[in-house]
Design a protein around this ligand. Sequence first.
Ligand code: GUN
Ligand code: ZN
Length: 426
Amino acid sequence: MMTNPSLISRTRWRGSLLQFDTPQQARILTDQVIEVDAQGIVRAVRAPLPGEQVEHDHRGMLIAPGFVDSHVHFPQLDVIGSPAEGLLPWLENHTFPEEARFADRDHAGEVAQVFLGELLRHGVTTAAVYCTAHPESVDAFMQASDERGLAMIAGKVLQDRHSPQTLRDDTERSLLDSAALIRRWHGRGRLRYAITPRFAPTSTERQLAGAGELARAFPEVTVQSHVAENLDEIAWVGRLFPNDRSYLSVYERFGLIRPHSLWGHCIHLDPDDRALLRDRQAVAAVCPTSNLFLGSGLFNFAAANHPWTLASDIGGGSSLSPFRTMMAAFEVARLGGQYLSPSTLWWHASTGSADALGLGDQLGRIQPGFDADWIVIDPRAKPLLARRWNQAESDDARLFALIVLGDDRNIAATVVKGRVVQPVQP
Ligand code: GUN
Ligand code: ZN
């Protein structure tokens, strides 16, 4: 009998599968087989055949789309857990001095490798990443991501004022550097570029205008920044930009708010700001562990009538683990008298985040035609979690057991384009 050659090169994975019927309702399909072709694309999802043996047998485990961290700073890996009395002293005393070290390409390369290893160990397969003001930090991060075949979004931070001399960039140079980095990296492998003004207080009007010009010249790249995180920061923006209606309006004036643009934090928005995000289909990247750690405030999930995603904001955030981020989001919602279901939390950390970043037609779902980026979650890696998992009577209860009790020990494998990248294969 002739064998179809395309089937020979397929790899099969077997286990329970996490899918979303809607953003509010996940479903766990027990005992499914996923077929992946040699290019790392899912070709079929189906029931197992009688007696079928597969290459990757994960029965009893959950295969879920890789998590997507929509706001994270790779150069702040070694800033995690640096206490301060709020955002501005934290930036000045811990973050800016650490980021100054990334002028050194070798240092940036070493941290990029550790950072990517940590992301994958925690089950994060895609992220929107801030580098530093040094173009070398972007080259280091992009190269390390490309070598691993990862779908990453990243950009050079723009900051030409109110910053130490070691971080401050020259306005015109910073825009030329950004354009060169876009040409060098955007679209290479699975990489995408993000135009990344740090936040309004550290950019001159000329730099923000230049960022807007870049955004118009490169409509397919991402735009990301911080907004309305902390009350002292907002008061400062009010003094620096006295004629703008709100902090978000500053970015609007420079043409930066567009579909899939990512706005870190969005704690202190008003209804007009929210309407602007909604009308533009721009995204609030919500960072609950960071907002708790720095005491910035509680995101108002009930008022969010625009796209939003969950993010770690390392190093303001306290964990790269999406389990910790989802848990903190749940607790922040409860403190505000609100409720987020386990399915809702998980959607905004994975499939919904991929959609918000504009990647939802390539990744974030385990379906034919999608990139085979996923994680294998083993509830048995922690005995108490295994017990809760086995007792759970609904899929939401199973997901909640993972959110509350799970951590990186439960990520049995991370798969990128059909290859196991974590644990690292010999
Ligand atoms: N605002 C400006 N820069 C930063 C940063 O690095 N982290 C956080 N959390 N907020 C910022
Ligand atoms: Zn941030």
